[in-house]
Design a protein around this ligand. Structure first.
Ligand SMILES: Nc1ncnc2c1ncn2[C@@H]1O[C@H](COP(=O)(O)OP(=O)(O)OP(=O)(O)O)[C@@H](O)[C@H]1O
Length: 312
């Protein structure tokens, strides 16, 4: 379990993470979403004690990460910047890490197999593709069999096969009862991987919700029906799992059904239908709507010349 209490980080005048409070529970994948520069990496670094919060605090399990007697067992992490000695083999890198933490050799073999690096384990890391490097980073994160796994943008730059592999791995880690917290700026990817979402923009919490609720609230899967007999059609379609809202005297917004069923029901009862349209917004659009005001460098304006001098 990860808990953040009023986490805040300021760099000079700029507040990059502001009063974030959220809980990440075990047994599910929680996606940490936000546009570029939202403060995801900074938050993850604070969870792991790599950046000191200006105020607030975070715990992993029952205490701060740094206060764990064996931090690697409490949480394994893959952060964006990795430094692996290029002349070392994957196995050599993992063995060196294991050695410093008293982790048995068989655990190195186990994580190498788990991330599918078996055949490449004895090759030098400098010849690794981006995908192999990600697998090695994940192997290092899993080395101490941690109860919590924190991954910063693990699918960045991966091909579709690599993306699918990470998706399945994250789900299996959660199914083992681990707490899995994974950042991304891609809503569509997270919707396939995560059950829960923590969404931030400009360092502030925008949503802490399930994927299911996010989709429902965004009105996706809803069908708009315009008919002069809205009341009658509504009664005919009502049933378990069907969610019908009125929108004016002759317009219905129907969730939990489909166009064919609605059309056939209307036809069977001679109810005229003037319009039957599925809601066309995508999940990505709903996410962009939510974060629109929180994008650091919106596409319609020019980014400032300095990297950290952006709008507060
Ligand atoms: N050491 C630092 N000094 C000053 N500003 C910083 C520092 N580190 C991060 N920032 C700023 O904090 C903000 C949040 O950055 P962060 O990397 O946490 O965002 P992010 O959501 O992970 O973004 P991305 O998706 O682009 O990786 C950005 O505006 C960034 O420029």
């Amino acid at each position: 379990m990860i808990r953040a209490y009023g986490l805040t980080k300021r760099y000079g005048e700029k507040t990059v993470v502001q009063d974030l409070t959220f809980t990440v529970r075990p047994g599910t994948v929680t996606g940490f979403l936000g546009p570029n520069g939202a403060g995801k990496s900074t938050t993850m670094r604070m969870l792991l004690g790599l950046d000191a919060p200006t105020s607030g605090r975070a715990t992993i399990g029952d205490r701060c990460y740094a206060a764990h007697p064996a931090p690697l067992c409490a949480a394994g992490a893959l952060l964006e910047a990795r430094s692996i000695h290029p002349g070392r083999s994957a196995r050599g890198h993992l063995l060196a890490l294991a050695h410093t933490h008293g982790i048995p050799r068989r655990q190195v073999t186990a994580v190498i197999e788990r991330v599918g690096l078996g055949e490449a384990a004895d090759r030098r890391v400098k010849g690794f593709s981006l995908g192999m490097g990600q697998r090695l980073g994940i192997a290092a994160a899993l080395l101490a069999d941690p109860a919590t796994v924190i991954l910063d943008e693990p699918v960045n730059g991966l091909d579709p096969e690599g993306v699918r592999w990470i998706r399945n791995l994250l789900k299996s880690l959660a199914a083992e009862g681990r707490t899995v917290f994974v950042s991304s700026h891609l809503m569509s990817e997270m919707a396939l991987t995560a059950e829960h979402l923590v969404i931030i923009g400009r360092g502030r919490l925008l949503a802490d919700t399930t994927v299911e609720r996010f989709v429902r609230d965004a009105g996706l899967g809803v069908i708009k029906v315009v008919t002069p007999e809205a009341g009658r059609l509504r009664e005919l379609l009502a049933g378990p799992g069907v969610d019908i809202a009125g929108d004016g005297p002759d317009t219905l917004r129907i969730g939990g059904s489909d166009g064919e069923r609605i059309g056939r029901t209307a036809a069977a009862h001679s109810i005229p239908v003037f319009e039957l349209t599925p809601h066309s917004a995508s999940l990505e659009e709903a996410f962009m709507d939510l974060t629109r005001d929180a994008v650091e460098y919106p596409a319609h304006s020019e980014a400032p010349a300095t990297a950290h001098g952006a709008a507060a």
